[in-house]
Design a binder for this molecule. Structure first.
Ligand SMILES: *Cc1c(COP(=O)(O)O)cnc(C)c1O
Length: 401
C-alpha cells in the first residue's frame, strides 16, 4: 500500500473505524479486544459516555482561546491535580515529550535561580524513554533514536540502574537533576526497586538536586495507584504525565512543587496549544472518573488478577513465556519467542498487545476493563501461545525431515 505519510512507523495492516469500551472495530468489521489501549492512552476505553459528553459540550462552546487569557477549565484541572498529588503547580502541554521538555527546563532554571547555573546536567538511566524531541532523545540515551540527528543535546549523563553508589559516583559539579521512570515502559515494563527510588530521593535531598519522575505512562491510575510514586512512598519534585490524562485527546502536563518551579516566571516558557479549553474539559472529565472512590483500587485488584492468570499461562506455556512483571494494568510479558511475532499471533486471535524493549509484550488495557474481558484476553493470549507452539513444532519437524 503506497502512503504519503513519512514512513517512520511500522504499521500493522489494520485500520480501526470505531471503538466501544475495550473493543475496537476494524474497517473489515472484525472486532479486537484492546489490551494495548493505544499505548496506555485510552485509559477509559473508547466512546466513554462521560468523555464524549465533555468533548461535545466543550466542542460546541470554545476549543481554543490561547494562553493570553484566563482558562477556567485549566485552573480547575491544575487545582485538582495539585490536590491529588504532591504538586503545587501544573504546566499543560500537548504531549509527553513536551511535558518532559518543560520538566528539563524547569529543573535547569531552578538550579540557575538558586545560584547554580552550572548545574544543568541531568542524570538518566539506561533503558529509559522520555520522548522524541532533540532533548528527550538525549535524555533517553538510546542510540537508535539519536543516530543521524546531529550533535546529541548536551547535558544528559546516563548510567545503568544498578546501585545507589553508582548514582553517587556519577554526580558531578554540573549535575542538577535526576530523571527516571518509576516503571520503565518502552524499556520493557521494568519495575524500578522501591529502595532505589527512595535512595534517589535521599541523594537529591542531600545534594540539592531536583528529582523528576516521568509518569507519562505510569500515571493516572495505570499502576493501581493514582501515580506510581505512591507505590514507593517517595515524592518527586517534578512529575510529568500525558498518555492517560487525555483519554485519547492529546495532552500532557508537568507537575511541580512551588520550589521546583521557582524560576518559571511570566515569559520564560510557553506553548500555543497547551492547556486549551477543549483539552482541559476532557482532562477534567477523565479525572471525574479516575478520582471516583474505588476506581484505582479496582485497577489494583484487576492487576493482581491479571498477573495471577498470566503466571498460570506461563506455567502452561514454558516454551513461550518467560516472566510476568508490572504493577496494576501495566503488565509486561517477557517472551522466549520474538515479541513482534507473538504480538502478530495475538492479533490473529483478535487481541491487541504492544511490543516493548527486552523482548516484552506490554498489556495496557483500558482501566475500565471488566473481569470477563480480562478472562477473555487471557484466553486469547493462551491461544496465541498455542499458535506459537505449533509454529515451533512445525519448524522442528521441518528441520528433522
Ligand atoms: C510515551 C512516553 C513519552 C513520550 O510521550 P509523547 O506523547 O509520545 O511525546 C515519554 N515518556 C514516557 C515514559 C512515555 O511512555
Amino acid at each position: 500500500m503506497s502512503s504519503a505519510i513519512v514512513p517512520v512507523y511500522a504499521r500493522a495492516d489494520i485500520a480501526f473505524e470505531r471503538g466501544d469500551g475495550c473493543w475496537l472495530t476494524a474497517t473489515d468489521g472484525e472486532r479486537y479486544l484492546d489490551f494495548g489501549g493505544g499505548i496506555a492512552v485510552a485509559s477509559l476505553g473508547y466512546s466513554h459516555p462521560h468523555l464524549v459528553a465533555a468533548l461535545s459540550e466543550q466542542g460546541a462552546k470554545l476549543w481554543h482561546s490561547s494562553n493570553l487569557f484566563q482558562i477556567p477549565g485549566g485552573e480547575r484541572l491544575a487545582a485538582r491535580l495539585a490536590e491529588a498529588t504532591f504538586a503545587d503547580l501544573v504546566f499543560f502541554s500537548n504531549s509527553g515529550a513536551e511535558a518532559n521538555e518543560a520538566a528539563i527546563k524547569m529543573a535547569r532554571k531552578r538550579q540557575s535561580v538558586g545560584g547554580h547555573p552550572e548545574r544543568y546536567r541531568i542524570l538518566t538511566f539506561e533503558g529509559a524513554f522520555h520522548g522524541r524531541t532533540l532533548a528527550t532523545i538525549a535524555a533517553g540515551g538510546q542510540a537508535k533514536y539519536i543516530e543521524g540527528f546531529g550533535p546529541k543535546v548536551d547535558g544528559f549523563d546516563q548510567i545503568p540502574i544498578t546501585d545507589l553508589a553508582a548514582v553517587e559516583a556519577a554526580i558531578g559539579p554540573g549535575t542538577g537533576a535526576i530523571m527516571i521512570e518509576p516503571i520503565q515502559g518502552e524499556g520493557g515494563v521494568r519495575v524500578v526497586a522501591p529502595a532505589f527510588l527512595r535512595g534517589l530521593r535521599r541523594i537529591c535531598d542531600e545534594r540539592g538536586l531536583v528529582l523528576i519522575f516521568d509518569e507519562i505512562q505510569t500515571g493516572v491510575g495505570r499502576t493501581g495507584r493514582l501515580f506510581a510514586y505512591e507505590l514507593v512512598g517517595v515524592t518527586p519534585d517534578i512529575m510529568t504525565i500525558a498518555k492517560g490524562i487525555g483519554g485519547g485527546f492529546p495532552m500532557g502536563a508537568c507537575l511541580a512543587t512551588a520550589d521546583a518551579a521557582k524560576g518559571m516566571t511570566a515569559g520564560v516558557h510557553g506553548t500555543t496549544f497547551g492547556g486549551n479549553p477543549l483539552a482541559m474539559a476532557i482532562g477534567n472529565a477523565v479525572l471525574d472518573v479516575v478520582l471516583e472512590p474505588g476506581f484505582v483500587e479496582r485497577v489494583a485488584h484487576l492487576g493482581l488478577l491479571l498477573r495471577q492468570r498470566l503466571a498460570e499461562l506461563r506455567d502452561r506455556h514454558p516454551q513461550i513465556v518467560e516472566e510476568i512483571r508490572g504493577e496494576g494494568l501495566m503488565v509486561g510479558v517477557k517472551l522466549k519467542v520474538p515479541n513482534t511475532e507473538f504480538a502478530a499471533a495475538a492479533r490473529a486471535e483478535r487481541l491487541l498487545t504492544i511490543p516493548a524493549g527486552d523482548n516484552i509484550v506490554r498489556l495496557l488495557p483500558p482501566l475500565i476493563l471488566t473481569e470477563e474481558e480480562l478472562s477473555e484476553g487471557v484466553l486469547r493470549l493462551d491461544a496465541a501461545c498455542r499458535r506459537m507452539e505449533s509454529e515451533i513444532a512445525a519448524m522442528r519437524k521441518g528441520v528433522a525431515e
